[in-house]
Ligand binder design. Sequence first.
Ligand code: NAD
Ligand code: TYD
Length: 338
Amino acid sequence: MHVLVTGGAGFIGTSFVRMILRDRPGWRVTNYDALTYSGNLENLSEIEGNERYSFVKGDVRDAQLLDEVLPGVDAVVHMAAESHVDRSIMDSGPFVDSNTRGTQVLLDAWRRAHGVDRRFVYVSTDEVYGTLPLEDKNALFTEETPLQTNSPYSASKAGGDLMVRAYHHTHGMDVVTTRCSNNFGPWQFPEKVIPLFVTNLLDGKKVPLYGDGRNVRDWLHVEDHCEAVLTVLEKGRSGEVYNVGGNNERSNLELTHSILSIMGHGDEMIEYVKDRPGHDLRYAIDASKIKRELGWEPTRSAWPGALEDTVSWYTENRSWWERVRSGAYQSYYETQYG
Ligand code: NAD
Ligand code: TYD
């Protein structure tokens, strides 16, 4: 099996590439990535030289390059995307371009290379469902929940998601889509809330908590997500969508308190800042379909142990995050209000 992973130099992509090489001994992986600000080959330094691994610096919007690369490939796992909500608020153009149009260009190239029979997995997000109310604790996103995007990021991901659906319906392409909740773990770009807060604290800075901190996210360890994507690639039913979640809901305030407590700080390190515009209140996933049909469930996300391990990783890998956040990097809060 030869899998091409788009976005394989990003946070989830690097974890996925490592997992394939570790857990699927007969497989080959091509990592196809444009190396935007969040793509970092340093994250994969330990597999450089592995003869089952190759890297192609390429953009998913580059049809010509895709036509050269895709013919020898058995399956595509499409993870490449502009991934940060706050950046999409500042400038949504690159999001539509990479996430929606890029997915269409890649689907067309995949169909040119192999017709409709080879598998294409689209790594979507639970954010395409919009938001749940805080009041109704039992409400969950299911695969039947209508797509009601609220941020330019989620709208651009939904554009790709719907394009994938359309290529199955219209052309009969073998596609499967995953919609996953918030990931955490090592090698996450320190603009996302967990690595941002941990690295701020390691630098003696306060953590910028948006609004009143009541917004809720469902936290899943990145390796659990990668295991789900691998399961869907191998066993998912063509044309289906599978929700992926950790059943691990935390308000941002609870999350912040956990991080502060693990790192030995108190509430004085919280800086309540202006809320994110359009901030979705609550994401929560019904992941019963993937468990029932494919037997997947999270095994690495147990709280607070998995969070403690993640904090330790950033504590021990200061040189990594200092390098990735050097140069032009500023958090959204600093850019907007700092
Ligand atoms: P990331 O920003 O860390 O990585 C994205 C990768 O895509 C980078 O390596 C970047 O260089 C590459 N890329 C961006 N635009 C590209 C283009 N036009 N052509 C080729 N490569 C390009 O993001 P992530 O957190 O690893 O997310 C990966 C995927 O998972 C995304 O599709 C995202 O929507 C989805 N997802 C993320 C989460 C999460 O919590 N991080 C949750 C659910 C779904
Ligand atoms: P984020 O990691 O950006 O993921 P997403 O927006 O895709 O869920 O943010 C997670 C939550 O943390 C979200 O509710 C916004 C909040 N947040 C803050 O309170 N402060 C911050 O500086 C950031 C980046 C996020």
